[in-house]
Design a protein around this ligand. Structure first.
Ligand code: ARG
Length: 274
C-alpha cells in the first residue's frame, strides 16, 4: 500500500469516527426536560407515570391494550396542565411504594390506587387525597363466609405489598387466627386464585372488587368489609415540590369544576352521598 492510499484510509476512518460520535450524540439517553412552567421531567415532553397493572378501575388495559382508568384520567389532567402527554410505565408495586422508582428516575409520578400511609410518607411525597377506600373480603358467590374467624384452617389470598396484606397480617396476628395467608404478586393473580378456588376468600380494596363483580357478574361477592379508612394519593419523589403542586392544583381544579365527578361517574359509578 502506498502512502497516499494510507492517507486516504486515515481520512475515511476519521470521517467515520466523527460520524459515529455524531450518531451516539443523537442517540444519547433522554436526560429529561423542563416544562414551560418550570417542572422538571425525567423524559422531555412527557409526564411519566409509574403504576402496577392491573388495578381496575384505577388502571388497567382496555381491549386495545391502552392503559385506562380513574387514576389515568386524573393524571391526564396534570399532563394537560403541564402541556405534555402522559406515558405509563408498568412496574411492581414494591418499587412504587418504596420510592425506589421515583428516586431512580423511572418516572415522575406514581399513580397506583396507592393508599397514603405514614410509612410511605417517609419515602414519598403524597398529593392531597383523591379517593377514599376500605378493604373488603370477597368469596366465590354462594360461599357462606362473613368473618375472618370463619376462615380458620383455610387459605386467604392477599396482594403482595399492599395495605390489604398488612391489615390481614396484623389482624391474624392480633386475634391469633389460624388462617393461612397467601400473597399474590398482583391483582389478576389474586382474582384468578379466588375464581379457581385456590383460596377460600381474598382481601383487596373494595372498589376493585366492585369492578370485578361488574365485569364478571355472578362469580364472586363481597362477604365482609373492613373499614380501614384509607385514602389514595398520587406520589412524587421526595422534595419534588413543583410537580406536587401541579398535581394538587389539577385535583383541586377538577373537584371545583365538575371534572372529578365526571371521571368518578365514568370509572367508579354513582358517588356515595357525602
Ligand atoms: N391501596 C392499596 C395499597 O396502597 C393497594 C394498591 C395496589 N395498587 C396497584 N396498582 N397494584 O396498598
Amino acid at each position: 500500500m502506498n502512502i497516499r492510499a494510507n492517507a486516504r484510509q486515515a481520512a475515511a476512518l476519521t470521517a467515520s469516527a466523527i460520524l459515529a460520535i455524531g450518531i451516539t450524540g443523537c442517540a444519547k439517553e433522554d436526560t429529561g426536560g423542563t416544562t414551560e412552567t418550570g417542572v422538571a421531567l425525567v423524559k422531555s415532553g412527557v409526564l411519566t407515570t409509574c403504576t402496577h397493572l392491573p388495578y381496575a378501575p384505577f388502571q388497567a388495559k382496555d381491549a386495545s391494550g391502552k392503559v385506562v382508568g380513574f387514576d389515568v384520567a386524573l393524571i391526564d389532567l396534570v399532563a394537560a396542565k403541564l402541556n405534555v402527554k402522559q406515558e405509563i410505565v408498568d412496574t411492581p408495586f414494591e418499587g412504587i411504594k418504596s420510592g425506589a422508582d421515583l428516586n431512580s428516575g423511572k418516572c415522575d409520578v406514581a399513580a397506583a390506587g396507592m393508599t397514603i400511609t405514614d410509612e410511605r410518607k417517609q419515602v414519598l411525597d403524597f398529593s392531597e387525597p383523591y379517593f377514599d377506600a376500605t378493604q373488603a373480603l370477597a368469596v366465590v358467590t354462594g360461599k357462606k363466609v362473613a368473618t375472618l374467624e370463619e376462615l380458620a384452617g383455610k387459605r386467604l389470598g392477599v396482594q403482595g405489598g399492599t395495605t390489604g396484606e398488612e391489615y390481614i397480617n396484623a389482624t391474624v396476628k392480633e386475634k391469633g387466627l389460624k388462617i393461612e395467608v397467601v400473597s399474590y404478586r398482583d391483582l389478576a393473580a389474586l382474582q384468578q386464585a379466588l375464581a379457581t378456588n385456590q383460596v377460600e376468600a381474598a382481601v383487596n380494596d373494595l372498589p376493585v372488587w366492585n369492578e370485578y363483580i361488574k365485569a364478571n357478574p355472578g362469580k364472586v361477592e363481597v362477604a365482609a368489609g373492613f373499614d380501614t379508612g384509607e385514602q389514595y394519593g398520587f406520589a412524587v419523589k421526595k422534595g419534588n415540590a413543583k410537580l406536587l403542586e401541579a398535581v394538587n392544583q389539577a385535583i383541586t381544579a377538577a373537584r371545583g369544576d365538575g371534572t372529578y365527578d365526571k371521571i368518578y361517574a365514568e370509572w367508579i359509578g354513582e358517588k356515595p352521598a357525602s
